[in-house]
Write a protein that binds this ligand. Structure first.
Ligand code: HEM
Length: 411
């Protein structure tokens, strides 16, 4: 498939995701998008970086996820699998399943995440954000990640699912281990892989216990609702119940932390844009959309051709793996004017930060609301903020985000 190779130098796969590029992976993505927008680093794997190509694949049901039988059929050496095997941590959750199972399982929880239902959580999220910022009380600088961006989403999803406060530190540790496990195999150490596998087992054991507890004394939470659905005879197996709870607990935690952190960083680095927001608070939703585009918390996702198909003008025989570089697509000049400029007035919602098609992020309304509330609370409490030191990035490549973000605050 020589035709997938364009002219010019391009970073090789390991280099594209190397730690040295974590702070700014975008020049590497741009180079790739220009030189080889449909790149085949080795036979059986395509990497797509153009917006239009990613959209088409995400909306095309000929591309999906492997089921257990297809994993066995589709395994062709260690190469392709090593790169796109992103599903271990969330195995069998509906994120990784195809219709009709995907449709059946998503439907069971979709009602809890509609914009209207989520809007009802606003007062509680505001109270949590206020409480967290209150703890920074009077200090002139603080770490946005530890002080707000990390604990807020953990508290919100824990309250939704009824996870007691005492268990949340364990939840955070499992989430970290699972998130790192989503990275390409060549980035993950044996110890990290082991930690991921242990986290899967420990979280599943924890959830089995929690499910038993809710069965004995149901609460006003989503796990209790799912248990009731299962016990009422909804088509939902016990393993699917555990997988769905796992997905909900971890899917929105690291990502929303990254969104809030990336927003504060982008605004601190672009004081003119922070000024615009301070003067026009009604731009808040647009600011969050622009951060999602400009610095996407989920940098890439994967699909496999379930039948012979075509992507980006290249044929993809059944079993071909595809990496969709969402973060590169969101900086595609064919889709966005001056894509490397952080512009809170851009007013474009065609970014792919939440995916597209049937797997479009179920938690998008919640993530948007949490980020808006966090930013409003921060600007309300401190007026303005500046970077106090160089931000520190986590090692994660797929769920890329900040580990530490010290800002100086003050009016
Ligand atoms: C900024 C925060 C978030 C980002 C950037 C994000 C991103 C994504 C993306 C890109 C997908 C699609 C993956 C694919 O098609 O392969 C997805 C799916 C999903 N997300 Fe989110 N997410 C965020 C927050 C949340 C939250 C807060 C929750 C819920 C509590 C959540 C729950 C889910 C679920 C359940 C799916 C699977 C949907 C399906 O397969 O039908 N996410 N998310």
């Amino acid at each position: 498939m020589d035709d997938v190779e364009g002219p010019g130098a391009r970073p090789e796969l390991a280099e594209l995701f190397s730690q040295s590029r974590r702070a700014d992976p975008y020049p590497g993505y741009a180079q790739l998008r220009e030189s080889a927008p449909v790149w085949e680093p080795f036979p059986g794997l395509l990497v797509l970086s153009r917006h239009a190509d990613c959209v088409r694949v995400l909306r095309d049901l000929r591309f999906g996820h492997l089921d257990e039988r297809a994993v066995r059929r589709g395994r062709r050496g260690s190469g392709p699998r090593a790169v796109v095997d992103a599903d271990r941590g969330l195995v069998r959750s509906f994120l990784m399943r195809n219709p009709p199972d995907h449709t059946r399982l998503r439907r069971l929880v979709a009602g809890s995440f509609t914009p209207r239902r989520v809007e009802g959580l606003a007062p509680r999220i505001e109270a949590l954000a206020g409480e967290l910022l209150g703890r920074s009380g009077g200090r002139s600088s603080f770490d946005v990640i530890a002080g707000l961006a990390s604990p807020l989403p953990v508290a919100v999803i824990s309250e939704l699912l009824g996870v007691p406060e005492k268990d949340r530190p364990r939840l955070v540790a499992w989430s970290h281990a699972l998130a790192r496990g989503l990275d390409p195999a060549f980035l993950v150490t044996t110890e990290e892989r082991q930690a991921q596998l242990s986290a899967i087992d420990e979280l599943a054991a924890y959830l089995v216990e929690e499910i038993g507890r809710r069965r004995r004394s149901p609460g006003d939470d989503l796990v209790s609702d799912l248990v009731a659905m299962h016990d009422r005879g909804e088509p939902l197996s016990e393993a699917e119940l555990v997988a769905t709870c796992t997905l909900l607990l971890v899917a929105g935690h690291e990502t929303t932390t990254s969104l809030i952190g990336n927003a504060v960083r982008a605004l601190a680095q672009n004081p003119d844009q922070l000024d615009v927001l301070s003067r026009e608070p009604s731009l808040l939703p647009a600011v969050v959309e622009e951060v999602l585009r400009f610095d996407s918390p989920v940098q890439l996702t994967g699909r496999v051709a379930l039948e012979d198909a075509e992507a980006g003008g290249v044929s993809t025989p059944r079993g071909t793996f595809l990496v969709l570089l969402i973060a590169a697509a969101n900086r595609d000049p064919l889709a966005f004017d001056a894509p490397d400029r952080f512009d809170v007035r851009r007013a474009s919602s065609s970014h792919l930060a939440f995916g597209q098609g049937i797997h479009f992020c179920l938690g998008a309304p919640l993530a948007r609301l949490e980020a808006q509330i966090a930013l409003r609370a921060l600007v309300g409490a401190f007026g303005t903020f500046r970077l106090a030191s160089e931000p520190k990035w986590k090692e994660n490549a797929v769920l890329r985000g900040l580990e530490r973000l010290e800002v100086d605050v003050g009016r």
